[in-house]
Design a protein around this ligand. Structure first.
Ligand code: JFZ
Length: 402
């Protein structure tokens, strides 16, 4: 090398590095305002469903209540591969009706619907060609392609369809053999992104596993955007961050600090039962009012709110979940204007009460004040603004939250 070629080499290297860095940044930044994410920013409310073989034991194994997430029961109760595989031959959800599920979601005010296509147990809810012994078609007597039926129903009801996929963690396909696993899961993602209609976002999971790293995550993101340039994904490097990919997740039990929500797009996920995403027969249920307050708080931080429901093994929604969904529907029917197509982080308004404020995205001069707990009779709510208010109106006279 003479000094000239050395300089040239170094310079080339620096330029390439900067370029790829800028490329990622422009992806991340553009998603906050781009047309690609407009459905996500407008929607504000969605639903995610964890449903699979783990819904059969529903949190109980050999007569014992197994703590923690129901979808983790194979791990938490140390169930052998053989015993777990036996669940597949029992999976026959005779009450499953995609149209009914999506109608229920739409009536509850949900604008998007995410299905767990493959959780950590590796079992696939669609007819994959990549896995011949461990999918709904090959391993269960049910045989119907659930991912397809839900896709059709979402299209029918005008609901955005989204997919969760455990990319980093698979107890069935040994991800310890990374090159082989990678080929396998890349092919599966291609199936999911080509055969199931328009997909709003892909939710990756399992980024804490040993084989996972930043390079794999970036490659994955570019691969998926290559298959569908319009798609959004959560951050495949770290779920609880919006620094990469298109949005970050504020998952129950794993909330990032509130200051993080100021940049990037976010989805807050909350559970209808405590400590489980998959249905558990014995886990207590939350109150609708608390979940609705969570949703309002999310909207006031410009975040989406996604409600998780775990259907029963027979394909029906538990009655407690249906009651919560009904409350969401009733509330959003009256107050939806203050949630959908709004933004948060409203400045220049202060209130002497426990309130959250949202602002109409298409009309900046409309604000919504959400009173989380209605004041006792004699107290009054004082709103102070740095600008004159021309009119004040209530969206609702009767109050659901007691
Ligand atoms: C993961 C899954 O393990 C869980 O079963 C569920 O599907 C949920 C949506 O995602 O749960 C985790 C696990 C680890 C973290 C967050 C969520 N984490 O370390 O931030």
């Amino acid at each position: 090398f003479n000094t000239n070629s050395m300089k040239y080499f170094k310079l080339t290297f620096v330029i390439l590095f900067t370029a790829s860095h800028l490329f990622q940044l422009s992806y991340a930044q553009s998603s906050q305002t781009s047309k690609r994410s407009s459905w996500f920013r407008d929607a504000r409310v969605g639903m995610i469903v964890h449903w699979g073989l783990y819904s059969i034991p529903a949190g109980v194994w050999k007569g014992k209540q197994i703590p923690w997430y129901g979808e983790w029961i194979k791990d938490r109760a140390s169930i052998s591969d053989t015993d777990y595989a036996k669940l597949a031959s029992r999976f026959y959800p005779e009450k499953f009706n995609a149209d009914e599920w999506i109608r229920t979601a739409a009536d509850a005010g949900m604008k998007y619907f995410c299905i767990v296509t493959k959780h950590h147990d590796g079992f696939c809810l669609w007819n994959t060609k990549e896995n011949n012994d461990w999918n709904i078609k090959s391993a269960t007597p049910f045989k119907r392609d659930i991912v397809k039926e839900l896709s059709d129903a979402c299209q029918q009801h005008g609901i955005v369809y989204a997919l969760y996929y455990s990319s980093g963690l698979d107890w069935h396909y040994p991800s310890s053999n990374w090159p082989s696993y990678k080929k396998y899961y890349y092919n599966q993602l291609k199936e999911l992104l080509t055969n199931y209609g328009k997909i709003g976002y892909l939710w990756f999971d399992g980024e804490w596993t040993t084989q996972w790293n930043a390079k794999e995550a970036e490659e994955l993101y570019n691969y998926v955007r290559g298959l569908d340039p319009e798609i959004m994904t959560n951050n495949p490097k770290k779920k609880g961050s919006s620094a990469f990919g298109d949005f970050g997740l504020d998952e129950e039990n794993y909330s990032p600090p509130a200051s993080d929500f100021k940049t990037g797009l976010w989805e807050r996920d909350r559970l209808v039962q405590y400590n489980t995403w998959g249905y558990k027969s014995w886990e207590p249920w939350k109150k609708s009012a608390d979940l609705i307050r969570d949703m309002i708080d999310a909207a006031s931080l410009s975040m989406n709110f996604c409600l998780n429901v775990g259907p029963k093994a027979d394909g029906s929604f538990p009655p407690q979940a249906l009651a919560i969904l009904k409350d969401f529907g009733r509330w959003l029917k009256v107050n939806g204007e203050a949630i959908y197509k709004t933004k948060g982080f409203v400045k220049n308004i202060s209130i002497n009460f426990d309130c959250r404020i949202t602002q109409n995205t298409s009309n900046d001069s409309v604000w919504y004040v959400h009173v989380l707990k209605w004041p006792e009779t004699k107290k009054s709510i004082k709103i102070t603004t740095s600008f004159p208010i021309t009119s004040v109106a209530a969206l609702d006279q009767s109050i659901l939250m007691k």
